[in-house]
Design a protein around this ligand. Structure first.
Ligand code: FE2
Length: 425
């Protein structure tokens, strides 16, 4: 007897006609035509069942604050940071908690069940840290929230940042963050990377730095990050977020850099929606698109995830917690249009970020947590094409969200009366 059986599933790796049996919150059977009964049965009718979406890069403390105190006029990263600085003294814990929980609801509805969120520690009150630690506990039954201690105004540039970052880790923040390209000099940036990697090594923590989020091809902190990761034996525990300077780097230098990143086991997190919006703002034409070199890193064997980064905040006025929208933009900007590349884009918002976050029991195998999403699509490429409807979202064997299938009803003489939104060929 199972608690739940989902029948006639297609899996992201192409396996079809699969039944998923769930007991006590775990997947306990996965094969065609499971015999026996369950308290609840769902017929997937051949639709895609995926492990949950995972966002490897987000800012839960600033989300849904768009327009406070005003809208970013230049559209640049630097005006966004300045705006956030204006808003910070007026933040309240209640407001941060309310906005973050509201975003958590959006995420669950979209099958996004794990988020790595940076939290700004450049506020002596550590208001956002306290708020998001509270939110993490509140969301725990539905969503895994991993927090990164992020010195938004610079570890060395902002007075007290290192002490505050350390205090945030003591309070329970999970990951060490950084922002070397925002320090006063390249040398300070490199020094901040050394300090932060050594801090993570001492404490046995993971590292995820905003790294080289600039169009300056000479911003090469990723090289330093890879080097310290290798020196300290942090392989597999470090990620470089953004890495947009790599878009503008000389090809010869990149041919040296990629093997160094691979050797160190550093993962890359691109943020397609934000990178294409913020980068290239100082260009006329041709206008650089700014996203890092995703296909080239994948070809070099480097893990690359896509993050949402921002939703309705000082940096970005759009977004809806839909990781398929993120994958859709990433696919276009990186020109990843082959069937294999489209599957890689789907993995960049599911299994790859799960690996970067170190999520336990993630995936669709016997023994994994019974966490998955039933999509109104038949394969990963179709899911991205349609930003497919999340027919059901399951967490630990319980359906925690569902959305009716999208069907358009037409009023055209001598044409079909309705058409399923998937518009399958
Ligand atoms: Fe970010």
């Amino acid at each position: 007897m199972f608690d739940l059986i989902v029948r006639h599933c297609t899996l992201p790796d192409g396996r079809s006609h699969q039944d998923i049996g769930v007991s006590n919150g775990r997947i306990t059977a996965l094969h065609p035509a499971i015999a026996g009964k369950a308290a609840q049965e769902i017929d997937a009718a051949g639709h895609l069942v995926s492990p949950p979406f995972v966002d490897a890069h987000f800012h839960m403390d600033s989300t849904l604050s768009y327009g406070q105190p005003r809208v970013n006029q230049s559209g640049t990263l630097l005006e966004g940071i300045a705006l956030w600085g204006e808003l910070k003294p007026h933040l309240t814990q209640d407001a941060i908690v309310e906005r973050a929980l509201r975003y958590g609801d959006w995420a669950v509805a979209k099958g996004l069940l794990a988020i790595r969120s940076h939290v700004d520690v450049c506020d002596p009150r550590l208001l956002a840290v306290e708020a998001l630690l509270h939110v993490k506990q509140q969301l725990k039954p539905y969503l895994d929230l991993q927090l990164v201690a992020f010195p938004q105004d610079g570890l060395l540039r902002s007075p007290g940042a290192l002490a505050q970052l350390t205090r945030a880790l003591d309070m329970g923040v999970d990951v060490v963050g950084g922002i070397p390209h925002f320090e006063r000099t390249m040398a300070d940036g490199a020094e901040s990377v050394r300090i932060l990697c050594e801090l993570a090594a001492e404490r046995g923590l993971r590292v995820d730095m905003h790294c080289d989020e600039t169009d300056d091809p000479l911003s090469r902190h990723i090289e330093t990050l890879a080097s310290h990761t290798h020196r300290l034996g942090l392989h597999g525990r470090v990620a470089g977020s953004h890495l947009t300077s790599m878009h503008s780097m000389d090809n010869y230098y990149v041919s040296k850099l990629l093997p160094l990143i691979k050797e160190s086991g550093v993962a890359a997190i691109a943020n397609p929606l934000i990178n294409i919006t913020l980068q290239g703002r100082h260009d006329t034409y041709p206008k650089r698109r700014g996203m890092t070199r995703v296909p080239e890193m994948l070809a070099a064997g480097i893990d690359v995830a896509f993050g949402h980064d921002c939703v309705m905040d000082p940096w970005y006025g759009l977004g809806s917690a839909d990781m398929l929208e993120v994958a859709h933009m990433g696919l276009h900007v990186a020109q990843m249009t082959s069937q294999a590349a489209m599957r890689q884009c789907f993995e960049a918002v599911t299994s790859t970020p799960a690996r970067i976050l170190g999520l336990e029991g993630y995936g669709l195998e016997v023994g994994c947590h019974a966490d998955f999403v039933l999509l109104q699509a038949h394969d990963p490429a179709e899911a991205i094409r349609l930003r497919a409807t999340r027919l059901a979202v399951v967490r630990r064997g319980q359906v925690i969200a569902h959305t009716p299938p999208t069907v358009a009803t037409l009023k055209l003489p001598q044409r079909p009366s309705s058409v399923a939104w998937s518009l399958s060929a």
